[in-house]
Design a protein. Structure first.
Length: 255
């Protein structure tokens, strides 16, 4: 029994994400928070879908939310709880001050850094990037807030299910200071027959990846390379590119 069961009939995607968040609450709190964040993003996408709202030319989450604010879908209270800050030109010291300022003044609890990189004066400096990640990690622990970031992968021939730390485009040493590291890569359509998935990590029943007629439907492998909270599974996600909707399908493996 889930607190999100009431959504199953009309919004099964939200019910699924909510159920997964509950499942991970005590065993993997980082994954729990990620699922809750996905609920928020999915709600935004559903509003656009159900009310036939034209998507922004640059279809990013921040631009979609800004449209909902202008159209009156997001009230003043919620509007004032979401902050977008351009930190590209900040040094590491300034970055820490910016986060502390929002923590103490606005009581923020979640922060998403897209995409983790050094300041403009230290582009390409791996140790400086590790310093940035260390600052974020320390702030998350000391302030008891959730901080997530995305990192770029290198262009390589590595099979999606075999991703590892060496496929990061940035300094590998950044892994040392992360609490959780998930590596994700699209599975090419012509490779679908090489994979299958199961509902449990150890299972005897497997399902094939389905080739949808919709070109916006994709599959991604998610390799949990590091997880201080517990398990490190290899997962399968589906992505609807048109609505930026992610669904966790099951445990991925090679046939």
């Amino acid at each position: 029994m889930s607190n999100f069961d009431f959504l199953k009939q009309k919004f099964p995607v939200l019910a699924n994400l909510g159920g997964l968040a509950e499942k991970y609450l005590y065993t993997d709190p980082n994954s729990c928070l990620i699922k809750l964040g996905m609920i928020g993003e999915t709600v935004v996408n559903l509003i656009f879908e159900y009310d036939n709202i034209k998507k922004p030319t640059e279809d990013k989450a921040v631009n979609r939310i800004n449209i909902l604010i202008r159209e009156g879908y997001i009230d003043e209270q919620l509007k004032n709880s979401i902050y977008f800050v351009n930190i590209t030109n900040h040094t590491n010291d300034e970055l820490e001050k910016v986060i502390l300022n929002y923590y103490y003044k606005e009581k923020i609890e979640y922060m998403f850094y897209d995409t983790l990189k050094t300041d403009t004066e230290n582009i390409g400096n791996g140790e400086e990037l590790k310093k940035t990640a260390t600052i974020l990690s320390n702030l998350a622990q000391n302030l008891n807030i959730f901080i997530a970031s995305s990192l770029q992968l290198t262009e390589s021939s590595t099979l999606p299910i075999n991703l590892n730390i060496n496929d990061l485009a940035v300094s590998r040493t950044v892994k040392e200071v992360l609490g959780t590291l998930c590596l994700m890569k699209q599975i090419p359509r012509d490779m679908y027959d090489e994979f299958h998935y199961s509902n449990q990590e150890v299972d005897t029943t497997f399902f094939d990846l389905q080739k949808s007629k919709d070109p916006d439907e994709r599959y991604y492998a998610c390799i949990v390379d590091k997880n201080r909270a517990g398990a490190k599974p290899k997962l399968l996600f589906s992505l609807n590119l048109a609505y930026n909707r992610w669904d966790e399908i099951g445990y991925l493996s090679l046939k």
